[in-house]
Design a protein around this ligand. Sequence first.
Ligand SMILES: [Zn+2]
Ligand SMILES: [Zn+2]
Length: 101
Amino acid sequence: MGAKADQRLIPTGVCWCGCGADVSIGAFFARGHDKVAEAALLAADYDASVARLLDRHGYGPGHAVVDAAVASGAWERCAARGCSYVGAPTSIRAHRQKVGH
Ligand SMILES: [Zn+2]
Ligand SMILES: [Zn+2]
């Protein structure tokens, strides 16, 4: 698994949700339209179910998608002893500040 960066995507100046809006240089989406596109993809191809999305990509209870995110290098585990928090480096920093460890 891990389709990470095997294809370089280039912004086209038009929103990728398909609404046709012009977007600023370097952006793929008009504000908030990435969430619209994400929800629409789930609805269109995965019966609006994240479980189906995970299953289609080979993830589930027996193959944790968060482990794959860590293995890809995109996510990290919180280094504090006994903490199970996992996330992007910026999320880890925010988490550690919030819980104070
Ligand atoms: Zn759009
Ligand atoms: Zn932690």
